[in-house]
Write a protein that binds this ligand. Structure first.
Ligand code: DQA
Length: 144
C-alpha cells in the first residue's frame, strides 16, 4: 500500500511558526514520526510540501500514475478557499483524508469552513502530529 502525504503552504515553517498553535515539532520531525508508523504498518509513504497551489495540484495529478492508494493532505490555508485544490482532489478519485494540526473550529471564523472537506473521505483536526498518525491508521484500515 502506498500513501502520499501532502503539506501545504507555510508548513515548512513548523517548529518556529506559532508554536503555541502548531506545536514545536518541525516538518521533518513530523514526517519522521509518520514514516516510522508507516514502517510498523508496512505502508510505503512519500512526502511533498509546497507553498504553491499549482505544485500541490500537479502532485495530486501525478498520484494517479504513481498508483497511490490514499492521499493525506494538510492543505494549510488553501483549505479555506482553494476550489482548484478541491477540484484536483475530486478529479483523481483517490481517497483523500484532510488533516489539520490545530482545531480549525476553535480558531478564527474564516478557518471554520473547509472547501476540501466535501470531497475528502473525512477530516481529522486538532490532534497535532496525531492527526496525521490517525489518518495513516484510518487509511490502512479502510483502503488496504
Ligand atoms: C492548518 C490550519 C489552517 O487554518 C492554517 O492556515 C494552516 C495550518 C493546521 O494544520 O492546523 O496553515 O491547516
Amino acid at each position: 500500500m502506498k500513501v502520499l502525504v501532502l503539506h501545504g503552504p507555510n508548513l515548512n515553517l513548523l517548529g518556529i511558526r506559532e508554536p503555541t498553535v502548531y506545536g514545536k515539532l518541525t516538518l521533518s520531525e513530523i514526517n519522521e514520526q509518520i514514516k516510522s508508523y508507516c514502517q510498523e504498518l508496512n505502508i510505503d509513504v512519500e512526502f511533498f510540501q509546497s507553498n504553491y497551489e499549482g505544485a500541490l495540484i500537479e502532485r495530486i495529478h501525478r498520484a494517479v500514475t504513481d498508483s497511490f492508494s490514499v492521499i493525506i493532505i494538510n492543505p494549510g490555508a488553501l483549505t479555506h478557499y482553494s476550489y482548484a485544490l478541491r477540484d484536483a482532489v475530486a478529479a483523481v478519485q483517490i481517497p483523500t483524508i484532510e488533516v489539520h494540526l490545530s482545531n480549525i473550529y476553535s480558531r478564527e471564523k474564516f478557518r471554520h469552513h473547509s472547501v476540501i472537506a466535501p470531497v475528502a473521505v473525512g477530516q481529522i483536526s486538532g490532534m497535532g502530529v496525531h492527526s496525521y498518525l490517525l489518518a495513516i491508521q484510518a487509511a490502512a484500515a479502510l483502503y488496504r
